[in-house]
Design a protein around this ligand. Structure first.
Ligand code: HEC
Ligand code: HEC
Length: 152
């Protein structure tokens, strides 16, 4: 079965206006919502039994300009295609701060491809989990990841 999920853009734009970071140019915020904590491991909180009461995502992360980008250098409009081991396919698009996330069912591990302005690149190995930013962090990437996820 193929599942196709696209983030509702209107919802994301609506969320911008509630950003608490009015004093800075960055839309990134600590306030829970689509623009929260770009670059951090979303699944640290968005997993079952974390005590955080956050909705559970099967994958979440942020796509940046470069592997060593600052947290406010996320790229909107990047298409992320995740293919679960049971054949599920989920497509999401990064929002204003470069964040993407999904709660759609996905069986681990995942095949990953990202597309931006007609260019595509794949993660050369399967992602063992949807906690993308846990490995793709900067300045201390984990598990051999090159750094942050960045546009092709
Ligand atoms: C420190 C814990 C924590 C981290 C890390 C975190 N979140 Fe959240 N997030 C929450 C909590 C708690 C809520 C729910 C707040 C509420 O419902 O009042 C939330 C809510 C959200 C919502 C709104 C969901 C809804 O349906 O209302 C989105 C979207 C979201 N987070 C995306 C992300 C993304 C993307 C990341 C990673 C870049 C992330 N979060 C990282 C704790 C976290
Ligand atoms: C366990 C750690 C880990 C997790 C979790 C992880 N990755 Fe990766 N990722 C890697 C490693 C390691 C590489 C580099 C592999 C190589 O070059 O052989 C990589 C490479 C990539 C690349 C290609 C990088 C480039 O510039 O060529 C993309 C895109 C990517 N990952 C996206 C994702 C996404 C999206 C997720 C979440 C669904 C994710 N990754 C989860 C470790 C991880």
């Amino acid at each position: 079965m193929t599942r196709l999920l696209v983030l509702p853009i209107a919802l994301l734009l609506a969320a911008c206006s509630s950003s608490s970071d009015a004093s800075s140019d960055s839309l990134a915020t600590e306030t829970p919502g689509p623009l929260m904590r770009p670059g951090e491991n979303c699944l640290r909180c968005h997993s079952p039994n974390t005590g955080q009461n956050a909705p559970v995502w099967t994958a979440g992360g942020t796509i940046f300009t470069r592997k060593d980008a600052e947290r406010d250098e996320g790229v909107p409009g990047v298409k992320v295609v995740l293919r679960g081991a049971a054949g599920e396919e989920v497509e999401v698009v990064t929002n204003a701060v470069g964040n993407f996330y999904t709660g759609a069912p996905l069986t681990k591990p995942y095949k990953v491809a990202i597309t931006y302005e007609g260019r595509t690149k794949e993660m050369p190995i399967d992602a063992p989990a949807g906690s993308c930013n846990a490995c793709h962090s900067w300045p201390d990437p984990v598990g051999g990841a090159p750094g942050r996820i960045y546009v092709p």
